[in-house]
Write a protein that binds this ligand. Structure first.
Ligand SMILES: Nc1ncnc2c1ncn2[C@@H]1O[C@H](COP(=O)(O)OP(=O)(O)O)[C@@H](O)[C@H]1O
Ligand SMILES: O=C(O)C1=C[C@@H](OP(=O)(O)O)[C@@H](O)[C@H](O)C1
Ligand SMILES: [Mg+2]
Length: 180
């Protein structure tokens, strides 16, 4: 049988609600790799939720912790799947560090679908909480994506909306990775 490509480290990027955490967990199971979620790692180190960090310290502090936690994770040896936060590639030196260390997969999901998913749990996403209605959320997501797209578009791998399934992503990765 032909050798399977061996995945060392995989990074998922994309807007809030794109499914980075959900798909990342599934991919980690499929590849038998540890799963890490950057937000969860920050929360564990800080002993408080992302919403609490934003409320108490502001976004700059969160971005500094985010970059430092990413660095710390990358310096550890070993294989993993890492789900980043939506803003991760857009701050500090994070995108270059992601691109240098493993395949980066962009989950591209239309704003209307992101809004539908986020509305159920807006309180967990401080940058999107407190918007008055669906139209305001869509407008904020549109504006955010317009700026962030230039970062997300640098990912060498991408899946779009309904094509972001476990099977499709495994096929994409098999084409991308050199055979072991
Ligand atoms: N492929 C999908 N189809 C429909 N809903 C999804 C999908 N992936 C994730 N979700 C839902 O969308 C919400 C956001 O998913 P999550 O994985 O937390 O996204 P992210 O980490 O990119 O912000 C969750 O409620 C999750 O259950
Ligand atoms: O888009 C963003 O700037 C953020 C997205 C969140 O992660 P998810 O993309 O997993 O929601 C989290 O890191 C924080 O609330 C900021
Ligand atoms: Mg997430």
């Amino acid at each position: 049988m032909a050798s399977e490509p061996e995945l060392q480290r995989l990074y998922l990027i994309g807007m809030p609600g794109a499914g980075k955490t959900t798909l990342g967990r599934g991919l980690a199971v499929a590849y038998e790799l540890p799963f890490l979620d950057l937000d969860e790692e920050i929360v564990r180190r800080e002993g408080r939720s992302v919403a609490d960090i934003f409320a108490a310290e502001g976004e700059d502090y969160f971005r500094e912790r985010e970059a430092a936690t990413l660095r710390e994770i990358q310096q550890q040896p070993g294989r993993f799947v890492l789900a980043t936060g939506g803003g991760t590639p857009c701050f500090h030196h994070n995108l270059e560090d992601l691109l240098a260390d493993g395949p980066v997969l962009y989950l591209e999901v239309p704003v209307a679908e992101l809004a539908a998913r986020i509305l159920a749990a807006a309180a967990q996403r401080p940058l999107l909480a407190g918007l008055p209605d669906r139209a305001a959320l869509i407008s904020r997501l549109d504006e955010t994506l317009r700026y962030r797209k230039r970062f997300y578009d640098r990912a060498p791998l991408r899946c779009t909306a309904d094509a972001c399934t476990l099977d499709n992503v495994r096929r994409l990765l098999a084409q991308y990775l050199p055979l072991a």
